[in-house]
Design a protein around this ligand. Structure first.
Ligand SMILES: Cc1cc2nc3c(=O)[nH]c(=O)nc-3n(C[C@H](O)[C@H](O)[C@H](O)COP(=O)(O)OP(=O)(O)OC[C@H]3O[C@@H](n4cnc5c(N)ncnc54)[C@H](O)[C@@H]3O)c2cc1C
Length: 320
């Protein structure tokens, strides 16, 4: 237990941001309740691929947050049932002026030799990163929360934070895209994504790309399944799965690894990333007991531990 035994915190949202924040606060000694309109498996977080690597998100602290999260994920990769494992593979790009510092900082990073660069790309690097099986990982976070006394409750969608603020000393807003309505933040917009889960024909390496296009390509092996994608459509809020888009990304994936050409689709996922020009991790300007943690775009998993640790610092300052 930390110094905050008896201090209570109410976290709104049970996606990866809410659950990670709740675990960090609870393990520091806060008495934590999570309230959510959707159970963890129905959140956007459950739809993610998910690989570690900041993608489609903005903030000056991204490198620090993603590094802190990577350190934690590397540790979790050694824990049975966490849903996290470390995987080697290739990240390819079309146009990139400079290889990002966060990638170069990963141990084992190296640029690919010309013969290793997949057709259609101008460059690529190789490294080993955490891959996260989100449904399993969200269960892991929820049970880690209850193990240290926290609770999770499903409620009707809140229309205001006034009631939570009356009910707890500290409220953390982890509502993702829901913040658009809940706190009237029009800067957070949907960015549509979809993925297909297929039988694994023997793939052990991941692949993902960085392109100036909506049509991204990713291959994330998770044991006997592989997550294939994808699409990234800014300001599109359609939650219908698009089979035409699926055909296109399955073909792109099969170009990268022909073993995927006849892979059987087991499951289909579509979700709306909570995109915001700048991620919002800060104390509310008018209500010092309210802390925001949302707007992580395509990097909510990647940044989750780093952001949650900053929320803890803000919560500790609020309690004095
Ligand atoms: C297809 C796809 C692939 C992705 N791949 C990756 C990846 O590889 N790596 C990565 O890092 N990220 C990835 N992402 C992005 C990542 O999924 C998101 O950034 C992350 O899930 C955001 O998490 P969150 O907890 O902030 O929001 P959410 O998961 O959306 O959770 C929001 C929570 O708030 C609750 N809520 C909202 N409004 C209210 C309200 N009014 N009252 C009560 N509760 C409310 C909801 O019920 C929910 O529990 C991907 C996303 C998609 C769609």
């Amino acid at each position: 237990m930390g110094d905050h035994q008896g201090s209570d915190a109410l976290v709104i949202g049970a996606g990866v941001s809410g659950l990670t924040t709740a675990v960090v606060l609870a393990e520091a000694g806060f008495d934590v309740r999570v309230m959510t309109s959707l159970s963890p498996h129905r959140t956007v977080s459950a739809k993610a691929g998910a690989s570690w690597g900041p993608f489609m998100s903005g903030h000056s602290e991204i490198e620090r947050w993603s590094a802190a999260s990577r350190t934690t994920f590397v540790r979790l990769a050694g824990e049975d049932g966490s849903g996290v494992h470390l995987n080697g593979g290739i990240e390819a790009y079309e146009n990139m002026a400079q290889i990002p510092g966060w990638a170069r900082a990963v141990p084992g990073f190296r640029l690919c030799r010309p013969e290793e660069i997949p057709r259609g790309y101008t460059g690529a690097w190789r490294y080993t990163i955490p891959l996260i099986d989100m449904p399993t990982y969200l269960d892991y976070l929820a049970s880690r929360l209850t193990a240290c006394g926290g609770s999770l409750e499903e409620i009707s969608p809140l229309t205001s934070l006034a009631t939570p603020l009356r009910a707890a000393s500290i409220v953390v807003n982890c509502t993702g895209l829901g913040a658009r309505e809940l706190v009237g933040d029009e800067k957070v917009v949907p960015c549509r994504g979809q993925l297909a889960i297929v039988d694994n024909p023997g793939i052990t390496e991941f692949f993902q790309d960085n392109v100036d296009d909506d049509e991204i390509t990713c291959i994330f092996p998770h044991g006997d399944t592989v997550v294939l994608g994808g699409i990234s459509q800014s300001e599109v809020d359609d939650e219908e799965y698009d089979l035409v888009q699926e055909r296109r990304f399955l073909d792109r994936c099969a170009m990268i690894d022909p073993r995927l050409a006849s892979a059987r689709v087991r499951e289909r996922r579509v979700g709306l990333r909570p995109q915001r020009e700048t991620i919002r991790v800060e104390r509310d300007r008018r209500e010092p007991r309210l802390i925001h943690n949302y707007g992580h775009g395509g990097s909510g998993v990647t940044l989750s531990w780093g952001c949650a640790m900053d929320v803890l610092t803000l919560a500790q300052q609020s309690r004095g």
